[in-house]
Design a protein around this ligand. Structure first.
Ligand SMILES: CC(C)(COP(=O)(O)OP(=O)(O)OC[C@H]1O[C@@H](n2cnc3c(N)ncnc32)[C@H](O)[C@@H]1OP(=O)(O)O)[C@@H](O)C(=O)NCCC(=O)NCCS
Length: 208
């Protein structure tokens, strides 16, 4: 009986913490994005530590009803880092309506376009560039113009499993599923595909 009451009290305390965290984090996230000249849609919400760095104004575009979570109380999949969204040079990050991610890291020098109703699992990383030049002598100079970048497109209703890494030039067709831990460099993933592993390969279709 006492245990039941304690559990109930803990659940109430947990809900208070989660709701408070949503309010504080959402306020900070909206402030940071708007201060950097970026658009945030209606009903945007965030939880936990979320960092945004927009190189140019309006280079991070967040649709309506988007949620970004980095708080351990709000997602118990084992989040390892804050939400980090960064644009560099001409990079653009667009997150469509009703999409969401937990501890997601997105870095763009070109274009990362995420559709609507996309579910991005915990600790997923999405990069449209390599961060360093691929040629060793150019890497010593490490100039931004020598870094390869290719747009990433994630169409509507895609589900990306926890700890997946999506690399430059990848286009994921609508309704596809990317398995947990996949390292995706496969360039054209047709709609309704199931893709798993490292390097990620198609293992089937969601229309069995
Ligand atoms: C990809 C996934 C959806 C497949 O689920 P499923 O259709 O039920 O597939 P099964 O479990 O029957 O596995 C089918 C095959 O794929 C393999 N497989 C499944 N998931 C895999 C993964 N993430 N990586 C590598 N191989 C995987 C299985 O080993 C199996 O191989 P086999 O046919 O040689 O035995 C699921 O395994 C997955 O990764 N879900 C993501 C969960 C997640 O991260 N949620 C988000 C939390 S924030």
């Amino acid at each position: 009986m006492k245990r039941k009451i304690n559990n109930k009290l803990f659940s109430i305390w947990n809900m208070i913490c989660i709701n408070l965290n949503f309010k504080i984090s959402t306020f900070k996230s909206k402030f940071s994005l708007r201060f950097q000249g970026c658009k945030v849609g209606n009903y945007f919400k965030s939880n936990g530590k979320c960092y945004f760095k927009a190189y140019k104004s309006n280079s991070i575009k967040i649709g309506n009803n988007v949620s970004l979570i980095a708080g351990h109380r709000a997602n118990r999949v084992g989040l390892r880092n804050p939400v980090l969204l960064e644009t560099l040079d001409d990079g653009i990050i667009k997150i469509g309506n009703h999409s969401g991610g937990s501890a997601v890291v997105i870095s763009s020098r070109s274009n990362v376009s995420i559709g609507e109703h996309v579910n991005i699992g915990g600790n997923v990383q999405i990069f449209d560039h390599d961060f360093h030049p691929l040629n060793a002598s150019l890497r010593r100079k490490n100039k931004p113009e020598d870094i390869t970048s290719k747009p990433v497109v994630i169409e509507d209703d895609v589900f990306i499993g926890t700890n997946a890494i999506i690399l430059k030039g990848v286009h994921i067709g609508a309704r596809s599923i990317i398995g947990a831990g996949a390292v995706v460099s496969l360039k054209n993933i047709p709609p309704d595909s199931i893709v798993v592993g490292n390097p990620a390969k198609m293992i089937g279709s969601t229309n069995k």
